[in-house]
Design a protein around this ligand. Structure first.
Ligand code: ZN
Length: 171
């Protein structure tokens, strides 16, 4: 059963195209490695979030040219933006609002993989302006990753000590 979400005010008299889009989105969400609960959180937060609320209205208006710096961040992807089932999508990716980005970053990086792998993981699923940069910073500033990187750096120093063995000629 399809229950209209709180944000879709125009749940009556939907066009066939809109219905198809909704069916597509529902299928999309079902296939995503994101729980229903998480989707509900995204919906509720999207409703409250000033940035995404503005983006919703902008999509509604057909994404006209804007001087608003907030919307400007979405301008390069505006052709791919849709609002459906209470969630904003960029193509097949969920547009993540600010308050959930940190949480998503932690999830993306839970296995402490490097920047490339983390980006690849996020790319098919999530979107927000500057996501790649945020992932980069996350990996760069991760304490566990740094610790690991430092322990690898010690290796050459050990080798150097060995090299200063019998053949080192210091008069
Ligand atoms: Zn890490």
């Amino acid at each position: 059963m399809w229950v209209a979400d709180t944000l879709s005010r125009a749940s009556v008299g939907k066009s066939k195209q809109e219905e198809e889009k909704e069916a597509f989105v529902i299928g999309l969400i079902k296939n995503m490695p994101i729980s229903d609960k998480k989707c509900d959180i995204v919906r509720k937060e999207t409703e409250k979030d000033e940035e995404l609320k503005a983006v919703c209205e902008w999509i509604d208006e057909g994404c006209p040219k804007t001087k608003d710096p907030l919307l400007g961040r979405y301008e390069s992807v505006k052709d791919e933006l849709t609002f459906c089932d209470g969630i904003i999508f960029k193509g097949c990716q969920i547009v993540v609002l600010k308050s959930l980005r940190m949480d998503m970053l932690r999830k993306i990086h839970y296995a402490h993989q490097g920047m490339t792998k983390c980006c690849a993981k996020a790319k098919g699923l999530l979107y927000w302006p500057n996501m790649k940069n945020d992932i980069k910073n996350m990996v760069k500033h991760c304490e566990i990753c740094q610790k690991y990187a430092n322990s690898q750096c010690k290796e050459p120093m050990v080798l150097q000590e060995v090299a200063e063995g019998p053949w080192s000629c210091r008069a």
